[in-house]
Every structure is written in structure tokens, then in C-alpha cells.
Design a protein around this ligand. Sequence first.
Ligand SMILES: NC(=O)c1ccc[n+]([C@@H]2O[C@H](COP(=O)([O-])OP(=O)(O)OC[C@H]3O[C@@H](n4cnc5c(N)ncnc54)[C@H](OP(=O)(O)O)[C@@H]3O)[C@@H](O)[C@H]2O)c1
Length: 281
Amino acid sequence: MRSQGHAGQVLITGCSSGFGKKMVERFLKAGWKVLATSRKPEQMEQQGNLWILPYNVASETDRADITRCVTEICPNGLDCLINNAGYGLAGPLEALSETQIRQQFEVNFFAPLLLTQALLPSLRKAKGRVINISSVLGFTGMPMQSLYVASKFALEGLSESLHYELAAHGIQVALVEPGGFRTGFADSMDWAAGVMPDHPLYHQQFEGYRRFLRRVSTREKGKDPAQVAEVVLELASRATIPLRVRVGDDTQALYYIRRTLPQQIADAVLRRVSRHILQAN
Ligand SMILES: NC(=O)c1ccc[n+]([C@@H]2O[C@H](COP(=O)([O-])OP(=O)(O)OC[C@H]3O[C@@H](n4cnc5c(N)ncnc54)[C@H](OP(=O)(O)O)[C@@H]3O)[C@@H](O)[C@H]2O)c1
């Protein structure tokens, strides 16, 4: 049975920046053996107890290599898998290319799904746990981010089902739903590549949305991603963990609107918020 201060072996995906980087630092400090995947290993600092796995979670052959590394480095099983790698895709649905749409799901949904599937034997051996990094947009729709939202909703449905499916196997599954934090997320955002439909309303909405994002990223400059790393470490160390954990005032407020207010009122509030976002100036 785990207790506070437990230190085992953890695999974290997407570690060259943001939450991934902070989680690597925090888990190492707490005495964990950390296996960290990254497409940019040169941006990571080699140190004791850290195994940098130079792989892309969205590639099938790389996932096979990650699985092989876990089996070799953790012969007694994996205590914790943290599916963190992900990025945002923005723009009106009509302007997104099929490649962009599929890639969003490839990275944010199929990669964590298939990596979890491949690592279940290792997780079962150690009675390990899976912590999936979702988002406030894992339970709230958002205009101009429909595909990102859809990928996180899919991750939520998968995680909730596995939470029940794997409990009897001794494997716990949790979702972390952060609000906005100061990471590389805004810079690595992919934008609609398709020709913008010749419709002035779309142009106006897209511009409004860009202005909204600029405002939000300024506001979020002070929100330290280390806060999320701390919460995830606690989840990895506790005896039992809840299915969902929200981090940040924005995610708490939206959760209240979305899940606590009567549906009609919540919908009216969120429609107003959406109109505001699309007209932001
Ligand atoms: N920041 C926020 O406000 C926020 C809020 C809610 C949820 N989230 C979620 O938090 C997770 C971490 O994001 P972050 O905010 O820390 O952003 P970040 O600083 O951009 O880090 C994301 C990491 O994911 C990996 N990644 C990004 N695009 C990828 C791609 N196309 N293919 C494969 N790997 C890719 C990268 O890892 P490598 O380059 O090292 O491989 C990158 O370091 C994501 O799942 C994101 O959806 C973020």
C-alpha cells in the first residue's frame, strides 16, 4: 500500500517543456526513478535516476521502443504512467485540414491510449497507476478549439471507463484537469491551415479568438506549472486516488458552471462566454 513519500518508477511523456519538465524535476526530487520521453532530448539535462527516452509517443515504432525500455529498466513493473504529451489545434472546423484533424487525435488521444495498452502488463505487475493530463477543455466545449476539446473529451471517456475496468487489477486511473498555466502550450499551438472560408463572420470570430488568447496568455504568465507537478506527484504517491482532479481557479469555476448549475442556465452562461470570446477586443 502506497503512502505519502512513496517513491517508485514513473514514465512521463513529453518532457522537454511545460508540465512534463516540471514533473520530471519534482519526481526526481522526491526520489523517484524517472523515465522521460521527449522528441527533443537535447533540451533536457541528464542527471542521476533520470532515463531520457528520445522518442515520439505519436509514432508506433517509438512506442514499441518505449515499451521495451520500460520492461528493461523496470523489471518489477511500472508504478506510474503519466500521459502528458499534447498540443492544441485552433481554428474554425471548416478551415482545418484532415491531416491536422487526424494528427490532433494521434497525439492527444491515440498515443496515450496505445501506450497505456502496451504498458498494462508492466502496470499490473507493480499495481501501478495511470494519470492522464486532460484539461478544463476536457469537460467544457470551446469555440475555435473544437478538435482539441474533442480529443480531451475522448481521453476523459477512455480514462473514466478504464478507471472502472482496471480497478480489480489493482491499477488506478485518474485525470488531471488543469486550467491555463504558463507553459510552452500557446507557442506550440497549431493553427488552421486550410483556406479560411470566404465568410466575413469566420474572419471576425477568428480574430476575436486570437485577441482572447493573447489576453489569456498574458493573464496566465503568473501561473506556475509547478503547481500541477505537485498535484500529480501527490496522486502518484497516495494510497487511493480520485478519478478527477482539477487544478486552477478557472477550471474550478467552469466545473461549477458546467456540472452544478441547471443545464439551461449553464448553457446560457457558456453561450455568453463564447460570444464574448469570439468578439474579444
Ligand atoms: N498549459 C496549459 O495551460 C494546459 C492546460 C490544460 C491542459 N494542458 C495539457 O497539458 C499537457 C502538457 O502541455 P503543456 O502545457 O506543458 O505544453 P508544452 O510546454 O507545449 O508541453 C507539451 C509537451 O508535449 C509534447 N508534444 C507537443 N506536441 C507534440 C506533438 N505534435 N507530438 C508529440 N509530442 C508533442 C512535447 O514534448 P517533447 O517535445 O519533449 O516530445 C511538449 O514538450 C498537454 O496534454 C496539454 O493539453 C495544458
